[in-house]
Structures are given as C-alpha cells and as structure tokens.
Design a protein around this ligand. Structure first.
Ligand code: ADP
Ligand code: MG
Length: 605
C-alpha cells in the first residue's frame, strides 16, 4: 500500500502557519507582549522599537517573571498558565488565555527572553530563532521580563514585503499601546521609537491618562458618564455636543477592560447625540462597560475585537440613556457656570463647526488662452460649452493689480448675471442651465476639486503665501500625529502652513495659508491629518498629492452651506478653470447634465 498523503505537520511548521493568524504586523507582537506584561502584574512597561518594529521590538516589564522551567515552556504551543479548563474561558480576567502568542511570534522572528523572579538570584536567558531553540544561559537582569523580537518575518519574506511604511506600522503600534494604556491607568507606560521617546504615561487617574494621550485641552470638552445598572456598569467620558468634531478620533469601548469594537454600542452613543449635532459631527468617547463575564462572549479569535452580550438590547438602552444623562448633566453644569454656550441650541453647535474658507477663484483665467489646448479631450469639450456661456466678460479681465482684477471680475460676473442664472438646491447642489440643458453641480465636490488643484500646483518656487497669525496658536497632537506632522513640515510650508515643533507632541502655528479665512486651526489640522492617513492606507499617493487632497477635503465648503448667487457663480467659474472639472481627485462625479432632448421627450408623452 502506498503511503498516505496525510502527515502531521512538524510543530515549527504548524506554528509558522498559526503565526499568520496571531502575528499580522509589528503591532500584533507589541499587543501580545504588552498584554503578557500586564497579566504578569507589571507596574511599569517599557516598549522600545526600531523602524516601526520591523527591526526591533523590545518589551521590558517589572512583573512577576518566570522560573527557568516556565521560561522554556512559554514558547510551546498552547502553553499557558492562565487557563486550565474550557469553562475558565468565561471567567477570564487576564488578557491572554490561548497560549499561542509566544509560540507564534518565536516561529517568525529572532527572539531573546530574559526573565527573573524576585525570589531568584539570577535571571535566565533563552534564544530562539524561527521557532528553533538556540541557547539557554544564566545571566544578570532585574526582576521582571524582557522580550526582544528582532527581524520580524525574517523567514517569511513575502510577509515582510507586505508590511506598510514605517509611518503606518508605527501608527498601528501606537494604537495598540493606547488601547492598553487607557484601561490600565495604574501602569506606567513608556514608548521609545528609534531613540526618541514617543509616550511617557505615568500611573494616573483616567482623565489624567486621557489628557496625557490626547492633550490637556481635552478635559473641558468631556463629561463623565457613570451608571450602575446591575447587569452592566458604565463609566468613562464622552464629548460635550459642542465639542463634537468633524472626524472620528478617539472612540473607545472597553468591556471588562478589554478594547472592543462594537457597532451597536457605537450606535447607542451616536443616537444620544442625534438631535444635538449634525450627522457629520463625531463625539469622542472613552467608555468602560463592566459585566459579569458569564454575560459576555469575547470572541476568542486572536485578532478580532468583537464581543457578544447575552442581552444586546438592554446593553444598548442602558448605554444610550447613560450618555444622554451625562450630556444633560454636562449642559446643566455649564449653565451653572454661567457659560454663554447653549448646549441644546443646535445653531450654536453649527457655528462651532469648521467655517469654510472663501471660494478661491482665479480672476486672471482666460479660457481663450493657448494653454488650454493641452487639456484632455473630455474636459475640453465640456469647457467649450462654458466658454460660450461666459463669452463676453472673460476678455475684460486683463487688469493690473490682483485686487482690481478681482473687482472687475466680480463686476463682470454681476453684469453677466442675467445671462446665466443659478440657484442652490437642497443646500447641496448648484443648478444652472446652458445650451438649454440643465447642469447640476455638487457644491462640495466642486470646491474640493478647485482647492485640490490650487494646492497641487504649489512647489518650492510656487508657494502659497502664509498669513502670519497675530497670536501663534499652540497645537497639541498625539504621538503618532506628531511624528507624521514632522515628516510633512516642508510640504506644509510650501502650502502656506507655517508650523514649528514646540516641545513634546506639540507645535506652534505661526501662519496659515493666506487664502484660508476664518477657521478652527486645531480642528482643521486634525482633519487634514485624518484624511491624509486614510489616503495613505487606501491609495499609495505621493506626499504632495496626498496632502493637497487632505487639505481640499478639510477646507472645502460643505453640504448645508447656503451660497449667495455671486458665490455660486464664482465657484462655477473657478471649477471650469480647473484641469479636470468633471471629477474629484478620488474620481467622484462633480456634475450631472440633463439634456434638453430628454426634457422634450418627456413632455411629448
Ligand atoms: P497566553 O498569554 O495566552 O497565556 P502566551 O503565549 O502569550 O500565552 O504566553 C504564554 C505564557 O508565558 C503565559 O501564560 C505566561 O505564563 C508566560 N509569560 C509570557 N509573558 C510573560 C511575562 N512578561 N511575564 C511573566 N510571564 C509571562
Ligand atoms: Mg499572551
């Protein structure tokens, strides 16, 4: 009989396969090692990384350490000190329980473990490479444990190639650290990256920890949530409605101190805000739910962060009402403080939101100049319609100073107004007619395109002038964002943002692009960074292009903005001054055309 094709995989191969599940990127290693340190009762955890963890990840803790026997065993698959029987899964108070993290990590990296229990004289050192035991020696080390992971995926080049840029991998790492640091406030966390200290979070109370992560300004924007409903105990903080922001930033749920993502819980919070803020505003939240472990089912898949409750509906309702109550209390105490802001006044909330800058319009544009011949065909055809539409006033634009130019352009537009009418529809579209057709232009997308091209055209010799602020503004950012802004500083400068490093995780803003008018700087920069990061993940964009897109997304006029007739006309003019007035940078349609023939056809019936 021929030998069967089924073979039991050698352990190191099985581990390498399993590693694909547990270890997806440096951040997963960081998470597993830090969780182990927390489980070991550490009061201080230090993370040292090089090249976003690709070269080195070291986690040093002052926890209980391991004896020599456990130090060997911990790398075995399903070796865990934390679970004895399957039922224990439901009573878990520790982070890890599967006993596969270290086996997986050791199979795809070069690992050195040094560990010492306080009762022991000497420490033990173990070296493992690609799952193969290399050496075990005695050494000197302080009590606690240090894991050093070098050259992650050195033996799986394909996986290594799949890693993203250092910037993105670092962001993932910081995310993981933050998700552990927020619920473990008694632990002092330190993070060093390439020799720089990124985070230093001494033991603190919850608000202190949040402040050291987000910036101390955050305290006055949050209200405490506290509700003990038996089945579930809810605590933490949420944004006051007037401090909801344009982007989703810090939004955290912790169930029994474990970070989870749970859409229905998220919905419970948004619902509590729904009459108070526009749908584009997002609260920050740091919400802790405590339940009897028997009432939850933490998905035991290593990388999933979902959780199931035995009673989802009750959890939803309790959280929803807890948040509503917290906001109402926050409103009441604001009144007591004689603060002028009316929390339940939606108008006030609208006013706090980003104020869009004026529409930038190039009055010197002449559609009859030579250069437009280089336009791609489709844009040109479309432009030709427009040339006819605007015939008559474009020639009048050759005036000396920019101010005069602008005025003349405005006058021209005004004088031509009777020749092309516009109106705004649903505070969202600009409707106009030409050649008996109807054109519906999406105001936000149109302006995004205009702003995008404006910033895209900048370069070292073609900078946007910076308008100096009367009072330089200080900008506090998270560690990850600090890193990102630093890399983008030269690009920001070209585009008129005059930023300067100002100590740890903070910048001063000396100037902003001269064509941006009123706007909330902190929010805009936050928004720009957020869009930038999304772009980096979605598409591999070159920095300059990415930043131009991010700025255009962040500063363009939005739906809901009422536009004056003259503004709509300026916007249309500027749009047709663009290289590509038809699509946004991400390829979304800017306008729709309804042909006259369609209209005629309809009325023939
Ligand atoms: P799990 O955490 O699921 O038990 P791991 O593979 O992460 O599995 O760890 C295996 C075992 O190694 C743990 O159960 C624990 O006993 C031990 N261990 C790991 N890291 C540490 C540490 N930093 N300090 C003390 N013991 C540790
Ligand atoms: Mg573990």
């Amino acid at each position: 009989m021929e030998s069967g094709i089924i073979r039991v995989l050698p352990d190191h191969v099985a581990n390498k396969i399993a590693a694909g599940e547990v270890v997806q990127r440096p951040a997963s290693v960081v998470k597993e090692l830090m969780e182990n340190a927390i489980d070991a009762g550490a009061t201080q955890i230090k993370l040292i990384i090089k090249d976003a963890g690709k070269t080195l990840i070291q986690v040093i803790d002052n926890g209980k350490g391991m004896n020599p026997m456990d130090a060997r065993l911990c790398f075995e698959r399903h070796a865990t000190s934390k679970i004895l029987e399957a039922e224990d899964l439901f009573k878990l108070s520790t982070k890890g329980f599967r006993g596969e993290a270290l086996a997986s990590i050791a199979s795809v990296a070069q690992v050195e473990l040094k560990t010492k229990q306080s009762t022991s004289e000497t420490a033990i050192q173990i070296n493992i490479e690609g799952g193969k035991f290399i050496a075990q020696t005695e050494c000197q080390a302080p009590s606690g444990t240090s894991f050093t992971i070098k050259n992650l995926f050195f033996n799986i080049p394909a996986r290594r190639q799949f890693l993203k840029s250092d910037q993105i991998e670092l962001k993932h790492i910081i995310d993981e650290v933050e998700r552990l640091a927020i619920p473990h406030i008694n632990i002092h966390f330190i993070v060093q990256s390439n020799g720089n200290e990124l985070l230093n979070l001494p033991a603190s109370n919850l608000i202190g920890r949040i402040k050291s992560l987000v910036g101390s300004y955050i305290q006055k924007e949050l209200v405490p949530v506290n509700e003990d409903a038996g089945y579930i105990k809810i605590s933490g903080y949420v944004s006051l409605p007037q401090h909801c922001i344009k982007t989703k930033k810090e939004q955290y749920f912790f169930v029994n101190n474990r970070f989870v993502k749970q859409p229905f819980l998220n919905h419970a919070i948004y619902d509590a805000f729904k009459e108070l803020v526009s749908y584009q505003s997002h609260p920050r939240y740091f919400i802790f739910l405590e339940l009897n472990p028997a009432d939850i089912d933490i998905n035991i898949h290593p990388t999933k962060t979902e959780v199931k409750f035995t009673d989802d509906k009750t959890a939803y309702m309790l959280l929803n009402s807890a948040v509503k109550r917290a906001i109402a209390k926050g409103a009441a105490s604001a009144d007591l403080n004689f603060e002028s802001e009316q929390i339940f006044n939606t108008e006030g909330i609208e006013a706090k939101k980003l104020v869009a800058p004026t529409i930038s319009y190039n009055p010197s544009y002449n559609p009859f100049s030579e250069s437009r011949n280089s336009q791609p065909h489709h844009t040109k055809t479309n432009k030709e319609h427009w040339e006819k539409l605007f015939t008559g006033f474009t020639e009048q634009l050759a005036v000396e100073t920019p101010v005069e130019k602008e005025q003349t352009a405005l006058q021209s537009i005004e004088s031509e107004a009777r020749d092309f009418s516009v109106f705004q529809m649903n505070k969202k579209y600009i409707v106009t007619t030409y050649h008996q057709n109807i054109l519906i232009v999406d105001q936000q997308r149109a302006h995004e395109r205009i702003v995008y091209e404006h910033y895209l055209k900048t370069s070292l010799d073609n900078r946007i002038a910076s308008q100096q602020l009367l009072f330089a503004e200080q900008l506090e950012v998270s560690a990850g964002d600090f890193n990102l802004i630093q890399q983008l500083l030269p690009e920001f400068k070209i585009m008129g943002f005059d930023l300067e490093v100002f100590g740890k995780n903070s910048f001063v803003i000396n100037g902003i692009p001269s064509d941006l008018q009123e706007f909330n700087i902190q929010q805009t920069i936050d928004f720009i960074l957020e869009s930038y990061k999304i772009n980096t993940i979605d598409a591999k964009l070159e920095r300059h292009d990415n930043l131009s897109r991010a700025i255009s997304k962040s500063t363009s006029i939005k739906y809901g903005k009422v536009l004056q007739e003259i503004e709509m006309k300026q916007l249309l003019m500027a749009l047709f001054d663009c290289e590509n007035p038809l699509y946004t940078a991400n390829g979304k349609s800017i306008m729709m055309e309804i042909e006259n023939s369609e209209i005629e056809k309809f009325f023939k019936k």
